[in-house]
Design a protein around this ligand. Structure first.
Ligand code: UGA
Length: 441
């Protein structure tokens, strides 16, 4: 919305949320306190806020005044009832639709921005069409393809903008907003269902590439092939392409797993078992990759990590973000804590409170136990002091520039590095004296 406001100074954009604390943070005059860390975002918020970008908790007023409303609430995996653990929970989307239906007195274009299962527009439409009033609603699907950490760049230069809908007038109205900075050839118009399904499919294909290369990484470790070399070799085939072939400790983030589970659930609901099984394997392999990283660490440390200090570099699910949702670090830590390891974490952007709440959410052990076994440190050197091993969980650039000689002297010997992101230089680390393990080599 900030990028839309920046590129459309004549359009008033109001962001509303029920959470007063969040809205206050978005209105904080010190932009370093914004709730989301994203390179370039603070500058754009500063430039537009108070001019044509506003943050408020006055939801009904904003609905009443708007001509176009984006529903951008979360659609987490259901944690209860039918479809538990698989289907998307549409509770919040439905609440938004009902609120719009209740308040609107003039015609509105309602845009699905949240990632939704195919045919959700139908549900929104049926709620909006049964208000008893003569207000007209046009529903559009406009999925978001930005990735965290590069959100602003992705928004300023999108590969494509996708708009699905029935009403040509509504589609063109939204297209003209994007048209103020996105070339016309990159604005794609489809029917609503293709648009909804394209979003899930794009994420499923991206995640599938990571699981594919991660599957090969395990084979590389057995055959003395090098996964980075294999990735480069196959990526030079223009039909395959070089992006998204970085082997890792496993993908995380709020989207990939949720969207694939959702795709699997939809396929099963149409009784398409082979389709469902096919996509489910992407998740199975990803869980395997996280697990095998933790198992490898334990077996290398002489089959026990009980009472040993393991330093984690990184907790976020990828670099340049403070988002930790579904981060591989959480699951690897949980497994090591089951083996009674002591973990000290350093992440440049993630707080101690967040780390504790991520683990508490898993409910594997008591909150006190988590507090006793894992702690966040303010500096990497503190986190690695006296550690038996370093586990690199996120590919933050700064990890490459640390004084690894100094870290080595402060660690227990033999000093192990488990590089879950393949970001350090193996020969340099071995020259310093580390026992260095990476993925797929
Ligand atoms: C992903 C998609 O890339 C976006 O296009 C999409 O809009 C977004 O989900 C969404 O649905 O909201 P995001 O989850 O922010 O974006 O980040 P990615 O860059 O896709 O990374 C996801 C995970 O895969 C991270 O844990 C990352 O470290 C991992 N990854 C990525 C790899 O392990 N290897 C790679 O080669 C690339």
């Amino acid at each position: 919305m900030a990028v839309i406001a920046k590129n459309n100074p004549n359009i008033k954009v109001t962001i509303v949320d029920i959470n007063q604390e969040r809205i206050n943070a978005w209105n904080d005059s010190d932009t370093s306190n914004l709730p989301i860390y994203e390179p370039g975002l603070a500058g754009i918020v500063e430039e537009t806020r108070g001019k044509n970008l506003f943050f408020s908790t006055e939801i009904d007023k904003a609905i009443d005044e708007s001509e176009m409303i984006f529903i951008s609430v979360n659609t987490p995996t259901k944690t209860y009832g039918k479809g538990k653990g698989m289907a998307a929970d549409l509770k919040y989307v439905e609440l938004c639709a009902r609120n719009i239906a209740k308040v609107a007195k003039t015609d509105k274009i309602v845009v699905e921005k949240s990632t939704l299962p195919v045919r959700t527009a139908q549900a929104i439409k049926s709620i909006l069409d049964n208000t008893g009033s003569d207000v007209n609603f046009s529903i559009l699907s406009n999925p978001e393809f930005l990735a965290e950490g590069t959100a602003i760049q992705d928004l300023l230069n999108p590969d494509r903008v996708l708009i699905g809908g029935e009403s040509e007038e509504a589609i063109e109205s939204l297209a003209s907003i994007y048209g103020s900075w996105v070339p016309e050839s990159q604005i794609l118009r489809t029917n609503v269902w293709s648009s909804e399904l394209s979003k899930l499919t794009a994420n499923a294909f991206l995640a599938q590439r990571i699981s594919s290369i991660n599957a090969i990484s395990e084979l590389c470790e057995k055959t003395e092939a090098n996964v980075d070399e294999v990735a480069k070799a196959i990526g030079m085939d223009s039909r395959i392409g070089s992006k998204f072939l970085k082997s890792s400790v496993g993908f995380g983030g709020s989207c990939f797993q949720k969207d694939i589970l959702n795709l699997v659930y939809i396929a099963r609901s149409y009784n398409l078992q082979a389709v469902a099984d096919y996509w489910e394997q992407v998740i199975t392999l990803n869980n395997h990759q996280k697990r095998r990283f933790a198992d490898n660490l334990i077996s290398t440390l002489y089959n026990t990590v009980s009472g040993k200090k393991i330093g984690f570099l990184g907790w976020a699910f990828k670099k340049d973000t403070n988002d930790t949702r579904e981060s591989a670090a959480i699951y690897v830590a949980d497994h090591l804590l089951n083996e009674q390891a002591h973990i000290a974490v350093y992440d440049p952007k993630v707080s101690s409170v967040k780390i504790q709440s991520d683990l508490n959410y898993l409910n594997t052990r008591s909150e006190d136990e988590n507090k006793r076994l894992i702690e966040a440190k303010d500096s990497p050197y503190e986190a690695l002091n006296d550690a038996h091993a370093v586990a690199i969980m996120t590919e933050w650039d700064e990890f490459k520039t640390y004084d690894w000689h100094k870290i080595y002297t402060k660690m227990k010997k033999p000093a192990f590095i488990f590089d879950g992101r393949n970001i350090l230089d193996q020969s340099k680390m071995e020259k310093i004296g580390f026992d260095y393990y990476s993925i797929g080599k």
